[in-house]
Design a protein around this ligand. Structure first.
Ligand SMILES: Cc1ncc(C[n+]2csc(CCOP(=O)(O)OP(=O)(O)O)c2C)c(N)n1
Ligand code: SF4
Length: 333
């Protein structure tokens, strides 16, 4: 007898496995896990059609905790595995889970290519500015002078901005969320899900053991209003407790600047997620002079890569491999 597929709407509990969650108590990963389960239920995801694929790191344990198909693959290679799956079956709903070390260090090259090829998937990069699983070495996103077991004198490298990196790779959807701002995070994840093509979401995630409160300057409740600008499509770029500050064009730098908006005289820009230059400039904004931009920075769909059609030319594969400029070592001497 064929098994009946239950097509009823699934709940977050339906996406929960029986696995013991092995993250430190208080780790920001828990909140992200909860948000993702909620989003899967809200968008009507089907377990049989959904795959979570990850590399290596604390964050990369994610597929064990989501009751869909899942692959816990090798360090930095989740995009390569996801590419194979999507070329074999473009109808799959693929989520890639990676960390700042996994995705931007050993896996930086793979991340670059999946973004520029624009395969249809969601890529969630958990940024805790450290290597959690390997006990706190500095990562590509760690701030200069970060002291860690691998750099007791403080790191010397300048940090990578994941959202800026993704924009530079040609990503057509780039967003930022915060583990403690669940409402915004779920909205961002839903937008990423509905975007056709590679959606890149950087999530600021608190590693309470090796990098506690590293994002506090813009994520603490008391700092959000003045140090974060929460982007909304079509809305003016305003922030501050009483929306007294805003973002305007700066002709002298050909970039953006923060201005006083309380007088109503400043020419405040509207957020347009299809504007690449605006997204790039907002991605570069950083504390303490400018607010950190969260929400959807860029959403501008382009054709999705589904692979090239296989050639139906007359030559066999054997002909192609053996023909033309080929030789055997030792035979042609
Ligand atoms: C080829 C290889 N090199 C190095 C490692 C060791 N390693 C495991 S996880 C990891 C970094 C994880 O950091 P991140 O991606 O930031 O994830 P987090 O643990 O912080 O979630 C490293 C270097 C490995 N497993 N495989
Ligand atoms: S080491 Fe950090 S990132 Fe890893 S589980 Fe613990 S708190 Fe989370």
């Amino acid at each position: 007898m064929n098994e009946q597929v239950n097509t009823a709407q699934l709940t977050p509990a339906d996406f929960t496995t029986d696995q013991e969650v092995r993250w430190c108590p208080g780790c920001g990963d828990y909140a992200i896990l909860k948000a993702v389960r909620t989003v899967l239920a809200e968008v009507g995801a089907r377990r049989e059609n959904t795959v979570f694929v990850s590399g290596i790191g604390c964050s990369s344990r994610f597929p064990y905790y989501i009751d869909t198909y899942g692959f816990h693959t090798i360090h930095g290679r989740a995009p390569a595995v996801a590419t194979g799956m999507l070329l074999a079956n473009p109808d799959l709903d693929v989520w890639i889970i990676t960390g700042d070390g996994d995705g931007l260090s050993i896996g930086g090259n793979h991340l670059l290519h999946i973004l520029r090829r624009n395969l249809n998937c969601q890529i969630l990069l958990f940024n805790n500015e450290t290597y959690g699983l390997t006990k706190g070495q500095y990562s590509p996103t760690s701030h200069q002078a970060t002291r860690s077991p691998s750099s007791p004198g403080g790191s010397v490298d300048s940090p990578v901005d994941p959202a800026g990196f993704a924009l530079g790779c040609g990503a057509r959807f780039v967003a930022r969320g915060v583990d403690t701002q669940i409402k915004q995070l779920t909205e961002v994840l839903k937008a990423a899900y509905h975007h056709k093509g590679a959606s890149f979401v950087e999530i600021y995630q608190n590693c309470i053991v090796f990098n506690e409160d590293v994002f506090e300057d813009f994520t603490a409740k008391s700092n959000i209003a003045d140090h974060q600008i929460q982007l909304e499509s079509g809305a003016p770029l305003l922030f501050g407790k009483d929306k007294s500050r805003g973002i305007a064009f700066d002709p002298s730098s050909l970039g953006l600047k923060t201005v006083d908006a309380s007088s109503g005289e400043a020419d405040i820009l509207m957020h347009d997620p299809a504007n690449y230059n605006l997204a790039s400039a907002l991605a570069r904004f950083a504390n303490p002079d400018n607010p950190v931009a969260t929400g959807v920075l860029y959403d501008n769909p382009a054709p999705v890569y589904t692979g090239h059609p296989v050639s139906t030319g007359k030559r066999s594969l054997e002909d192609v491999l053996r023909g033309g400029f080929s030789w055997q070592v030792g035979k042609n001497e």
